[in-house]
Design a protein around this ligand. Structure first.
Ligand SMILES: Nc1ncnc2c1ncn2[C@@H]1O[C@H](COP(=O)(O)OP(=O)(O)OP(=O)(O)O)[C@@H](O)[C@H]1O
Length: 599
């Protein structure tokens, strides 16, 4: 960072946290706030610098406008010469070589206000786009980090939690950042007013400042509750997202079991909880502002009294002071409120940072686009793997799967078939042992996942058209390639019958397709990848007789073109299709046995 950026950063930091000892008194707050500021200041230093400059300029113009106020009133004949004797305002007029008359002073006043309005417009545009882009940046950084993190890390997190951080927590950071920028602007303006007040009457300004500090100290008590309610709001949002996510994924089951009412109850309670947490904070926030305003009004009355009776301030100066304090008070109350908003936002930033750190610490090794050919065999030696908190240990002494064969992986439910496939495809790194593709260790093959097509039991079908689904995850296949994939997966006849052909919309998650059609669509999409290794993980088990037979016919057609693994606990149905079998029991993986010997 340049010196100027540092200065800008320090300015933001100083002014945003006017009462920084409050943060200092809570080390976690302080550390979190620093981390947040670092993230923000490193985001786009030139634009932050511009926003700081514009805020300084608008505050300067506001100050100049105020300084002109009293000479103007004197010229207008409202006050006598003494009341209007303000060197700065007078100097401003004389330095412009203008006659000291009302018309010129009014023109300058209008010009000052117009320039200020223009600067405010520029400042607001810059700051608004700044905080919105910062929000996007946080969201995109986290998304990218999650996308590149290890599978083992992702499956350990509830998707509701991830959704909550990506959506509502980042949104709360956005609101906090808006208040940070506002706090900065307001603080500058408040300083400007105080500066002008000092020029009018230093004693009175000092008195006002001390009263303001007193009010400020009074409000410190609500800081802790702001922070705490921010944390509680985060938890309530987390529950809401988790429930929503679970509801959506279990929709069919909920309907079949008639569990709508209990789900609605849970959801309603989560929604009310979020509102309650939010209202709790709003209450303390508005209470803080009200305290400031009422206290401020009392202080203003006392100060006016003191100024008139004890200090014998001229009416002109007194009027100017009242005008300044009347402007200053709402600003101070907004500053106090803004601080509460920042404290309230910190737990959201903490949630974002924790998830970000965890996913970065679990970053998967990089992959590349080069397809790895599989010409000879996949060999697994002495592999061991245990899922966290699982009773099952996957154990492979030695397994050799010949290339271009079709192999059935069989075993009872829970014997570890999917785990074996995850290890084979590089999704899970084993605790020990080696996996060799044509003799090369998997760790040296960053493009291995690009050579694999995987079809799970629960196929991923997206909304949109048939074509959208075919192209998902595939880089621009030609029309001939699409035709061939559709032929191979026995989908051509169906598509021919549809009026919109490949442009037919299949509804959300493909609800307009049957289970078998979805599986064949998934197979066509998989074939478009031109995989070296095709894995079907119980992909046929949910299909009825016809669809099942059709899919097996398709696999028969692919036999010998690529290495195929069919995970199934009904391997007898694969007779005549497979070259070999791997049997699993309680996590132990047997050798590859030729199909003949198996039967
Ligand atoms: N994400 C996970 N986290 C923790 N443990 C897991 C996870 N996935 C699987 N396991 C453990 O591994 C065991 C085997 O699961 P796996 O899915 O590999 O078996 P499977 O043979 O494919 O079962 P099925 O035929 O029912 O699909 C499970 O019983 C569970 O203990």
């Amino acid at each position: 960072m340049t010196g100027l950026e540092n200065t800008a950063g320090v300015l933001v930091l100083l002014l945003a946290v006017m009462n920084s000892d409050q943060f200092a008194s809570r080390p976690r707050n302080k550390g979190l706030f620093r981390a947040y500021m670092r993230e923000f200041l490193n985001f786009d230093p030139p634009v932050i610098r511009r926003a700081v400059m514009l805020s300084l300029a608008t505050a300067g113009m506001e100050g100049a406008g105020l300084m002109l106020l009293l000479p103007l009133l004197t010229l207008a004949g409202v006050f006598d010469k003494e009341g209007g004797n303000f060197p700065f305002g007078n100097r401003m007029l004389t330095s412009l070589k203008l006659d000291w008359n009302l018309e010129n002073a009014l023109v300058i006043f209008v010009v000052l206000i117009s320039v200020q309005a223009w600067l405010v417009l520029l400042r607001d545009r810059v700051t608004r786009s700044l905080y919105l882009r910062f929000t996007d940046h946080l969201r995109q950084r986290l998304y990218e980090s999650l996308a590149y993190s290890r599978w083992s890390f992702l499956i350990g997190r509830h998707s509701g939690e991830i959704l909550n951080v990506l959506n509502s927590e980042v949104q709360r950071i956005s609101v906090g950042t808006f208040f940070l920028l506002r706090l900065f602007t307001l603080s500058l303006l408040a300083l400007t007013y105080l500066f002008v007040a000092f020029r009018i009457s230093a004693t009175l300004a000092l008195l006002a400042l001390s009263t303001g500090m007193l009010l400020w100290l009074l409000l410190r008590s609500s800081d802790g509750s702001s922070r705490a309610s921010g944390g509680q709001l985060g938890q309530a949002n987390n529950r809401l997202f988790t429930l929503t996510q679970e509801f959506l994924s279990a929709l069919k089951l909920i309907k079949i079991h008639g569990e709508e009412a209990s789900n609605i109850r849970q959801f309603n309670s989560a929604v009310t909880d979020v509102s309650r947490r939010f209202l709790d904070f709003q209450k303390s926030w508005t209470r803080a502002q009200m305290t400031f305003r009422v206290g401020g009004a009392c202080a203003l009355a006392l100060l006016s009294y003191a100024a008139l009776t004890l200090m014998q301030l001229s009416p002109a100066r007194l009027l100017a002071m009242i005008a300044i304090f009347a402007k200053l008070l709402p600003q101070l109350s907004d500053i106090a409120g803004g601080r509460q908003q920042l404290l309230h936002m910190l737990p959201a930033f903490s949630a974002w940072r924790d998830l970000m750190r965890a996913s970065e610490a679990n970053r998967a090794p990089p992959t590349n686009d080069a397809t790895i050919p599989l010409e000879q065999h996949i060999v697994i030696n002495q592999v061991r793997f245990q899922h966290p908190q699982s009773h099952l240990t996957l154990t492979v002494e030695h397994l050799k799967i010949p290339a271009k064969t079709t192999t059935a992986i069989t075993g009872v439910s829970g014997s570890g078939k999917t785990t074996l496939v995850d290890v084979l495809s590089g999704l899970i790194a084993p605790d020990s042992g080696s996996i060799l593709v044509d003799g090369v260790p998997l760790e040296q093959l960053p493009g291995w996942c690009k050579s694999i097509a995987y079809i799970p039991q629960e196929t991923l079908i997206q909304g949109g058209t048939l074509r959208d689904n075919l192209l998902w995850g595939n880089t621009a296949p030609s029309a001939a390639e699409i035709r061939q994939a559709l032929e191979q997966s026995a989908l051509s006849a169906l598509i021919e019958k549809l009026p919109d052909k490949l442009e037919t919309h299949i509804g959300e998650r493909g609800v307009k397709l049957s289970g078998g059609e979805k599986q064949r669509l998934a197979l066509a999409r998989a074939l478009l990848r031109k995989p070296q290794l095709l894995i079907l993980d119980e992909a046929t088990s949910a299909l009825d007789g016809d669809n099942h037979r059709q899919l097996l016919d398709t696999l028969r057609g692919l036999h010998g073109n690529m290495t195929i693994l069919v995970v199934s606990h009904r391997h007898e149905e694969l007779a005549g299709l497979i070259d070999g079998t791997v049997f699993m029991e309680d996590g132990k993986v047997g050798p590859w046995r030729p199909a003949l010997a198996d039967s």
